[in-house]
Write a protein that binds this ligand. Structure first.
Ligand SMILES: Nc1ncnc2c1ncn2[C@@H]1O[C@H](COP(=O)(O)OP(=O)(O)OP(=O)(O)O)[C@@H](O)[C@H]1O
Ligand SMILES: [Mg+2]
Length: 409
């Protein structure tokens, strides 16, 4: 039974790290973090499991550490899901309002959303969310909240986010094999956006790009609802691999170089070239590299990610509707010059996206890497609040629009 007194856990199995965050719901309605577990991810590539045993072990380590730190026994988690193939498809469901009063009920809303979920999507895929966008009663103006409005027909517009069933199942099993239940799965992009965005920016239109080691999880809000969701299977590991290949250096040197000396905001023709010494253990590899080459390689990869997202948003006519802000989060948000490059590509100002309005004595929550896990905890508490029926926004709140998908197994 849902209970707000129990601590709740968000778990991201990332390409680079597994992060388990334990949060408590405080009396003043905020979320306070009481423990975190971080483990180096083994066996993940581009957000997907490539070595099941190694991943299960990384999950075990992160959960054990979070248990120790929070002094709790973890029985279940809200699990983040990513991986190539996750997509959002817009859909609508229309139903007749069929009660004596002739007003929209909570059940009508659920039925219209259920109708909208019945769409054709790729075989072997499963629905992760059906996110409410807007409603229409008898073809009138769009409304965000149709409850108690009089009419005869109700139409729900939603974004159905779906992903490959087997990939979702593998992530769930890696948790369950640690004798921990999965309460619900949440697309990482949705989770990160919940950690970062306030209601106002969602209403004005906002874009969140969580750029991790293996994937870029993207979510765009328009008028308070999610209108775009996607995973681009490119992240910080690709910067590293490009540098290793282009500069003929080992991946470990490339990883360190990109963090300590890399930047992405200076175009090739404006770079004053310099020789950068490299701390190479083996004389087999070059002992220096060109600053010009370093910057050019990183900028090209980063630009490519932004251009893909920009073009997709343009194609869907969503880019102009984003007035509340563009936010970059995830570890790659630390790359020098990334906001200026994004501004150049999107033509709008871009900021660092950080988890907001969380409490607790933990430096870990002040980092862009934990946005997904923090958002998972917020999602979990919102769902608990809705389940308990104590939400001031009522049962048709945004949160219940993110319908829990069926248990993937
Ligand atoms: N200072 C920095 N400059 C550039 N890149 C950085 C910096 N710090 C971290 N990164 C990169 O951030 C990435 C890790 O980010 P994050 O922890 O968000 O990934 P993840 O959640 O494990 O992966 P994913 O979500 O893609 O599965 C790595 O590629 C790392 O190199
Ligand atoms: Mg991540």
């Amino acid at each position: 039974m849902a209970n707000l007194r129990e601590p709740l856990v968000g778990l991201e199995i990332g390409t680079n790290k597994v992060c388990a965050l334990v949060g408590e719901f405080t009396d003043d309605g905020t979320i306070s973090f009481i423990g975190a577990g971080l483990a180096q991810s083994q066996g993940m590539r581009k957000g997907e499991i490539v070595d099941y045993q190694a991943v299960t072990e990384s999950v075990r380590k992160a959960l054990a550490m979070a248990e120790r730190e929070a002094n709790v026994e973890i029985g279940s988690v809200f699990l983040g899901i990513t991986g190539g193939g996750i997509q959002g498809i817009p859909s609508s469901g229309t139903i007749a309002i069929d009660n004596q009063e002739g007003t929209v009920t909570g059940q009508d809303i659920s039925q219209a959303i259920a109708q909208a979920r019945k769409i054709a999507f790729p075989k072997k895929h499963a629905i992760i969310h059906a996110c409410k966008q807007r409603f229409f009663v008898d073809g009138g103006a769009a409304v965000a909240e149709p409850l108690n409005i009089s009419g005869r027909m109700l139409r729900a517009d939603v974004l159905v986010i779906h992903g490959l069933h087997s990939r979702i199942q593998n992530a769930v099993r890696a948790v369950r094999d640690n004798r921990v239940e999965v309460e619900d799965i949440v697309f990482n992009g949705v989770a990160s956006s919940l950690a970062i965005l306030d209601t106002e920016s969602k209403r004005m239109g906002a874009l969140v790009m969580d750029i991790g080691a293996g994937t870029t999880d993207v979510v765009a809000y328009v008028a308070g609802g999610i209108h775009y969701a996607a995973v681009i299977p490119v992240g910080g590991d690709h910067f590293k691999n490009d540098l290793a290949l282009g500069l003929q250096i080992p991946p470990s040197t490339a990883e360190q170089l990109k963090k300590s000396q890399g930047r992405v905001d200076v175009p090739g023709e404006k770079i004053k070239d310099e020789i950068i010494p490299l701390s190479q253990e083996s004389g087999f590899f070059p002992q220096t590299c060109s600053k010009h080459d370093l910057y050019v390689i990183m900028r090209a990869r980063c630009r490519e990610i932004f251009e893909i997202i920009r073009d997709e948003l343009k194609e869907r006519k969503l880019l102009d509707l984003i007035a509340g802000g563009i936010f970059i989060t995830g570890g790659v948000a630390r790359t020098a010059g990334i906001f200026d490059l994004a501004k150049e590509v999107f033509g709008k100002s871009v900021e660092l996206g950080m988890p907001w309005e969380f409490e607790g004595n933990m430096t870990i929550t002040d980092t862009p890497e934990v946005s997904t896990a923090a958002g998972l905890v917020r999602y979990g508490f919102r769902r608990t609040v809705d389940k308990l029926g104590t939400s001031r926004r009522g049962p048709t709140s945004f949160w219940s629009g993110l319908l829990p998908r069926r248990d993937p197994e």
